[in-house]
Design a protein around this ligand. Structure first.
Ligand code: MN3
Length: 382
C-alpha cells in the first residue's frame, strides 16, 4: 500500500503498535517524533528511513543528532518540531499519539495544513473539541479515531444514516480497581494501579483507567467526534473488553464492534480506512470467552467519571480545566504526593474554583489549562 504516515509519539504504546501495522502493510514513514526515548527513535529511524525525526524534549536534541549523524534525516526538536511535522503534507496522514495537552497544537496545525489525522490524543478533543471540530469541518480534514471505543463507534456508523442514530454505548473495562469501594481505594498506590488487566498502556493512561477518568475523557471525546449530546452517551462496564462499543439506531437496532482487545485493530482501521486487510493480531473466538458481562459504572466510588460527565454538560472551559487538573493530579499521585481518592477531590475542586467561560480561541484553552495546573500545584503544595 502506497501511503505515507507521520507519527507523533512513535516510541509509545500506540506508536510502536502503529509501526507493526506499517511493517505488515509496507506503508512508508515520512516522519517520526518521540518525547525523549532517543535510543528507540534511532532504531526506528534506521528501520523506516523517515525524512524527518523530532525529539520533543529539547535537551536530547544533540544526542539524537549525533546518533543519526551518518544518515540523511532532518533532525527537529520541541513543539516547533512537532508542528513542522504536523504541517508537512508530504505525508498522507498524521498519527497523533502523544499523551496530554501537548497534542492539541500539532492537531490544529495539521488541520490548518489540510492533513488528515488518525487521532489517539484524547486531550486534543477534551480540551479543544469545539475548536478542533469546527476547524476540521471548515478545512475538510478527516479525523479518524484511534481510541478503540471511538473506532468501534466509527465502524458501527459506516453505511448507516447519522440522522437516525439514537445513542451510543461506550464500553469501559472498569479498570484494575473494579468492584472496590472507597475505603479500599484510599490505600491504593501507584504500583497497585499500574497492574492493569486488559490493555498495555503508558502510566498516565493506566492511572486514568483506574480512576475511570479515562472513560470520562472518552465520553467527552465521543461527544465531539460524533456530535452527540451528553444524554446520547451511555457508559457500560464490560470487563472482557471484547465489545469495543456500540451504536443504537432509531429502529432499536444496536450494532456493536467486537474483537480481541488489541489496539492494532483500531490503529490499522484508522490508517487504512476503509480497507480491512489482515491485521497482525488474533482472531476472536467468542467461545474462548463464553460469557460477556455488562453493568452500570459505580459513579459514587469512581467519581472522576461523574465529574467528567458533568464537565461535558457544562461545556466551555470546564472539560479543559478538568483535563489539566487531572494531568497534574495524576503526576502527583504517581510521585506518591497524594492518595488515590485525592485525584478526584482535586479535580472537582479546581473545576468548581476556576470561573467558567466559553472557548473562543486557542489562547482561551491554553489559559484555562494553565490556571487549572497552577491551582492543583498550589493545592498539593508544590
Ligand atoms: Mn479507550
Amino acid at each position: 500500500m502506497d501511503k505515507k504516515v507521520s507519527i507523533l509519539g512513535s516510541t509509545g504504546s500506540i506508536g510502536t503498535q502503529a509501526l507493526d501495522v506499517v511493517r505488515k502493510h509496507s506503508l512508508s514513514i515520512y516522519a517520526l517524533a518521540a518525547n525523549r526515548n532517543v535510543a528507540l527513535l534511532e532504531t526506528q529511524a534506521r528501520e523506516f528511513h523517515p525524512s524527518k525525526v523530532c525529539v520533543f524534549d529539547e535537551s536530547y536534541y544533540l544526542e539524537l543528532k549525533n546518533r543519526l549523524a551518518d544518515v540523511p534525516i532532518q533532525i527537529l526538536c520541541g513543539m516547533d518540531g512537532l508542528c513542522e511535522i504536523a504541517a508537512d503534507t508530504k505525508a498522507d496522514i498524521l498519527l497523533n499519539s502523544v499523551v496530554g495537552m501537548v497534542g492539541l497544537l500539532p492537531t490544529l496545525t495539521a488541520i490548518d495544513a489540510g492533513l488528515d489525522i488518525a487521532l489517539a490524543n484524547k486531550e486534543t478533543l477534551v480540551a479543544g473539541g469545539s475548536l478542533v471540530m469546527a476547524r476540521a469541518a471548515k478545512k475538510g480534514v478527516k479525523i479518524y479515531p484511534v481510541d478503540s471505543e471511538h473506532s468501534a463507534i466509527f465502524q458501527c456508523l459506516q453505511g448507516n444514516s447519522r440522522e437516525q442514530l439514537h445513542k451510543i454505548i461506550l464500553t469501559a473495562s472498569g479498570g484494575p480497581f473494579f468492584g472496590k469501594k472507597r475505603a479500599e481505594l484510599a490505600q491504593m498506590t501507584a504500583a497497585d494501579a499500574l497492574k492493569h488487566p486488559n490493555w498495555n498502556m503508558g502510566n498516565k493512561v493506566t492511572i486514568d483507567s483506574s480512576t475511570l477518568m479515562n472513560k470520562g475523557l472518552e465520553f467527552i471525546e465521543a461527544k465531539w467526534l460524533f456530535d452527540l449530546t451528553p444524554d446520547q452517551i451511555e457508559v457500560v462496564v464490560h470487563r472482557q473488553s471484547v465489545v469495543h462499543s456500540a451504536v443504537e439506531y432509531d429502529d432499536c437496532s444496536v450494532i456493536a464492534q467486537l474483537g480481541v482487545p488489541d489496539m492494532k485493530i483500531p490503529i490499522q482501521y484508522a490508517l487504512l480506512y476503509p480497507n480491512r486487510m489482515a491485521c497482525p493480531t488474533k482472531h476472536l473466538f467468542l467461545t474462548d470467552y463464553g460469557t460477556l458481562t455488562f453493568e452500570k459504572p459505580d459513579l459514587e466510588t469512581f467519581r472522576c467519571l461523574k465529574i467528567a460527565m458533568e464537565a461535558c454538560r457544562k461545556g466551555g472551559i470546564a472539560p479543559c480545566v478538568m483535563n489539566g487538573s487531572n494531568e497534574v493530579a495524576v503526576a502527583a499521585f504517581l510521585q506518591g504526593k497524594i492518595g488515590f481518592l485525592e485525584i478526584a477531590d482535586l479535580v472537582e475542586k479546581v473545576v468548581e474554583t476556576i470561573p467558567w467561560q466559553e472557548i473562543h480561541c486557542y489562547e482561551d484553552v491554553i489559559q484555562a489549562d494553565e490556571k487549572a495546573r497552577k491551582r492543583v500545584l498550589l493545592e498539593v503544595g508544590n
